[in-house]
Design a binder for this molecule. Structure first.
Ligand code: IPE
Ligand code: IPE
Ligand code: MG
Length: 256
């Protein structure tokens, strides 16, 4: 892509999510412990946030820790928790200065009170920022997400606030995480594996998927630009025919 800034804003994705994978393998290549890869991954997070701010992409969601990642060796899990705390502490001011609204999604009940408080105060501080919503998915699983939404609706039914017949996709969708953000447009996975690993199962229904062998600590503006260029070049049909999509685009360009 010559320059992403040449693209008009409505061609760009409004919501990008990234499965930040490959830290362990990157560290291994350097002959260092896995946690070194996670530390270096933090730089790639900063670069990605900066890139989204430059392009005025309004929502970025990063998969930091999955509900399955608890199965890793205890010392790796605790290093990841430490790093998460450290990042919250060191980055929040800068995010706030850059008009970034920080959010954390996932089952936070598994985290220490200390960490939960830290998350709450970072979210509160940045709540009114408008330029970019950065969501960190921590102890997140797509199946957990759909289950918690279903449980919420079941509770509404049990309390007499909701008729079962009133449950439709829209109603369930309102209870799924990130419901207040733009629809997910682009889902990127680094590290070369071609799977979703229980990330945004509901939200990714019509997202464009883009995979790269680049390991997460090496992810930079150039690789991100490649993903955006691929996204922009694709035709999103949402179940329609190519002709219908073209006719709609034509009408929109005429403002009719
Ligand atoms: C992604 O990198 C970070 C987390 C899952 C927390 P990995 O740690 O999965 O790195 P690889 O896939 O083993 O290289
Ligand atoms: C997905 O990576 C989770 C995160 C990036 C946080 P994993 O490394 O856990 O995924 P699998 O195990 O290869 O599917
Ligand atoms: Mg991995």
């Amino acid at each position: 892509m010559s320059s992403s800034s040449q693209l008009s804003q409505n061609e760009l994705p409004k919501h990008v999510a990234i499965i930040m994978d490959g830290n362990g393998r990157w560290a291994k290549q350097q002959g260092r412990p896995r946690v070194w890869g996670h530390k270096k991954g933090a730089d790639a997070v900063r670069r990605s946030v900066r890139f989204c701010r430059e392009l005025n992409i309004p929502a970025l969601t990063l998969f930091a820790f999955s509900s399955e990642n608890w199965q890793r060796p205890a010392d790796e899990v605790s290093s990841l928790m430490q790093l998460f705390k450290l990042m919250l502490k060191s980055e929040v001011k800068n995010l706030h200065k850059n008009q970034v609204r920080l959010r954390v999604c996932g089952d936070l009940s598994a985290f220490s009170t200390d960490l939960r408080q830290q998350i709450e105060s970072a979210e509160a501080l940045t709540a009114d920022n408008q330029a970019l919503t950065l969501t960190i998915a921590a102890n997140y699983g797509g199946r957990w997400d759909i289950t918690q939404a279903a449980r919420q609706l079941a509770m509404d039914v049990a309390a007499g606030h909701l008729q079962p017949e009133a449950i439709d996709e829209q109603r369930l969708g309102q209870n799924i995480q990130l419901a207040d953000l733009p629809e997910l447009d682009l889902l990127i996975r680094t590290g070369g594996d071609l799977r979703i690993s229980n990330f945004l199962l509901w939200q990714a229904a019509y997202a464009e998927l883009w995979f790269t062998p680049t390991l997460w600590p090496d992810f930079n503006q150039q690789v991100f630009s490649e993903a955006i260029a691929a996204y922009v070049s694709r035709e999103r049909r949402f179940g329609c025919t190519s002709e219908q999509v073209c006719a709609l685009a034509f009408r929109q360009s005429k403002g009719t």
